[in-house]
Design a binder for this molecule. Structure first.
Ligand code: FES
Length: 106
């Protein structure tokens, strides 16, 4: 079921916004006008990912610099210390309609 999460105008291209929907902490990302939703907590040690950097479709964690593909949540790199490991991120389907961003939640 799609739930309204934000207004498109509040998340500029290259921007992110943390939202809480049905008890889930989610980060909405705008990559070139397309919106994606990933879980807010980094797969390594739960850093708040909206405080990281979004470069294209790559989201970099602010704490130890693990990198994730916002399109599918895949862990691409890091954490910077090779002795540390991360899992990928959960993602949700997103749609936009009449200027609003909706996330598909179970
Ligand atoms: S908390 Fe994100 S890389 Fe460590």
């Amino acid at each position: 079921m799609f739930i309204k999460a934000a207004e498109e105008k509040d998340i500029l291209p290259g921007g992110m916004k943390a939202v809480k929907l049905q008890g889930l902490e989610i980060v909405l990302c705008n990559f070139g006008g397309a919106f994606y939703a990933v879980e807010r907590a980094c797969g390594h040690a739960n850093a708040r990912l909206e405080r990281g950097a979004l470069t294209g479709w790559i989201l970099t964690c602010p704490l130890h610099y693990a990198q994730f593909d916002i399109r599918n949540g895949e862990a691409l790199f890091g954490p910077a210390d090779p002795s540390l490991k991360t899992r990928g991120l959960k993602t949700w389907t997103v749609k936009t309609e009449e200027g609003s961003v909706y996330v598909d939640l179970p």
